[in-house]
Design a protein around this ligand. Sequence first.
Ligand SMILES: [Zn+2]
Length: 248
Amino acid sequence: MSIPEQILALEKLAQIDAQLKELVEQLTQERSTLDGLNSGIAKLDEKLVADRGALAVMDKTRSELVQDVRNMNQQLDHSRDKLGRSRTEREANAAQRELEELRKLVRDREDEIGKLTADADAARQQIDATEIEHAKIAAELAARQGEISTRLKEVEGSAQHKRAERDAAVKALPPQLYRRYDMIRLKRGTAIAQTSDGTCKACHMALPPQLFHRLRREPILEQCPSCHRLIYFSPPEVAAGAAATERG
Ligand SMILES: [Zn+2]
């Protein structure tokens, strides 16, 4: 395999790798949109379970307190009867004290009931708001899920196709050259660089003049001393054409 053929094969592989990278980024983006919506719903589900649990506890405590007040009101009636029936001042005083204590207990319970009622109302409002938000995200998920999973399948299909293309492009290269290419690609993102004017087009550093002269004299593949990418000479007009192809 001649050097120009190697360069062509490497450029082809680099192009495939750039397309694969883009496909993988698209996949990641589509998946993260889906994951974001799903985890948003999961979080709201958790919140609803916790808030509904807390509300149930408040409602239960409240109804126990209401029952307490009912019992105490019966005791109050009983104490009032006692007061009415008391024969001595001592009996009357005792009944009076009992009445006052009971009234204070009832007031305390009623205060607690009032507080619990306000807290429970606030909790209900919060739950309503969470349910609205939940419904909104669920609707968005329902609307977008089909579109996203279709898109995911498409992109996955393209990526699989690209990988097969890549395998073929790799087989066309001398194994040692491919290993060098891939080692640099994994480290740098891209592995190939050109030079037309003595600077590396990938890292924009000036090449040692001797290296540039050698690159220009005959078709060879070298490594850029700054970024270690595989570098070759590309005449300016051809480079312009290649850049346009890359952009397209
Ligand atoms: Zn470089």
